[in-house]
Design a protein. Sequence first.
Length: 198
Amino acid sequence: MPPDEIPWIMEEPPEILRTIMETGKVKPCKTIEPGCGAGNYVIYFAQNGFDVTGVDISESAIEMAKRSASERGIDCRFITADFRGDMSHLNDTFDFAYDWEVMHHVFPEDRDAYIHNVYKLLNPEGLYLSVCFSEKSPQFGGEGKYRKTPLDTVLYFSSENEMEILFKPLFEIEELKTVGVAGKFGTHKAIYAFLKKK
């Protein structure tokens, strides 16, 4: 599929990511993005003084990200790996992690492993931003936890309560709310969680 038709490949970073950086909520630091896709947001943070590593399960996405960074002369790293599995080979730690609309691809049975990997890779009091589809969003039929997309993928739509239960054992919840997010093909509702490692 051409990159301009893929819903999650957007050149401009979302307002939420711009705001946390522009307001100084997150200052330039060692950062990791699980599920970085084509790497546009990794490149954005790197352009603004962050030391960024992008991780994605898709080899083709990582190749696209590496090409894009190289063409722009941006210094950042990209790794192919599955954040639901063993991440011990990534011998590094970070001050900030963010996953932008990745968690709805991670089904409940894999979420503990995923969250523990984020936790283990963060330095003490490291920050974590997670944004994923809310069950209140009208997309793809508008009801049910599991919804099939036009791309023939299945996504899991979460509630604020289940995200709080997921995060609370490992993170201080600084903000958890449902927000409107402008996507490539329209606005949707997402759960925004801004967290600090306990």
